[in-house]
Design a protein around this ligand. Structure first.
Ligand SMILES: C[S@@+](CC[C@H](N)C(=O)[O-])C[C@H]1O[C@@H](n2cnc3c(N)ncnc32)[C@H](O)[C@@H]1O
Length: 243
């Protein structure tokens, strides 16, 4: 168990991702109708906008963002971090299978806790994360760690399903899809219904978007703003580490 800073929740989340790692990529495609790929391209554009030489992808899972960052900037040093050993195994397998990957240690996958990053202060020029916010036990701790390991001016880009205040009818419909359809699909495909009933309940467990942005500012970020996707159910939040 790596995520001991996150207590019980971290242990449950780590074990769950270890169980579903084999099916995770398929589930992501099926549950978002492939849209997560487009959303992640937007995360990557925001992360790489200032041409960073060092990039951290927190809660990298099977490595989508880290692999894409390495492909887009082959000279950069890219680190994908996650606490699930099974998810990282898949990321490393993909790293060696995919063409265009740097053959050296410019791209590495490391096992570690988002709430206690194993990197020195100011080690990265940019950081990103997709679908992690709902999973961590303490958002303030995670954002504080991101601020610590980012150099002043370093960009952060965070993507997740988040509740927005006073959602319009189409957003409520999309949320209903998340709560009713997704768990059944997930249960069928992963053979693990508990894992995907976790998804809608975890969305309920994180604060609404304005509160998340406040926590990010309080942790030391400026220029914080967002863009919505998926009928308003998914947000890309960006900011810069204050100098
Ligand atoms: C929903 S997956 C997202 C994976 C990937 N970023 C993507 O978008 O496909 C969430 C990932 O967060 C990881 N995770 C959750 N809490 C974590 C923590 N405290 N430290 C490190 N990884 C964590 C899980 O192991 C899992 O791989």
């Amino acid at each position: 168990m790596i995520g001991d800073a996150g207590g019980d929740k971290a242990a449950r989340v780590e074990a769950m991702f270890d169980r579903i790692a084999r099916r995770y990529d398929l589930l992501n495609d099926v549950m978002t109708g492939g849209s997560h790929r487009r959303w992640k391209r937007a995360v990557l554009r925001a992360t790489l906008a200032a041409g960073p030489a060092t990039v951290l992808d927190v809660a990298t899972g099977t490595g989508d963002l880290a692999l894409a960052a390495a492909r887009a900037r082959p000279a950069a040093r890219v680190v994908g971090l996650d606490f699930s050993a099974a998810m990282l195994d898949r990321a490393r397998t993909r790293r060696f299978r995919e063409r265009g990957m740097p053959p050296d240690r410019r791209l590495v996958f490391v096992r570690g806790d988002a709430l206690r990053l194993p990197h020195p202060d100011g080690a990265f020029e940019a950081a990103c994360s997709a679908f992690a916010l709902r999973n961590v036990a303490d958002l303030g701790l995670m954002f504080g760690e991101l601020a610590r390991v980012l150099a002043p001016g370093g960009r952060v880009a965070l993507l997740d399903l988040v509740p927005i205040p006073d959602p319009p009818a189409r957003t409520r419909l999309a949320q209903l899809h998340l709560q009713r359809v997704v768990p059944r699909l997930g249960g069928l495909l992963a053979g693990d219904p508990a894992a995907y009933t976790y998804l809608p309940s975890s969305v309920g467990s994180i604060p609404p978007l304005p509160a998340i942005e406040r926590v990010l500012r309080d942790a030391g970020f400026e220029g914080v703003r967002h863009r919505l996707f998926g009928l308003g159910t998914v947000a890309l939040i960006v900011g810069r580490r204050r100098a």
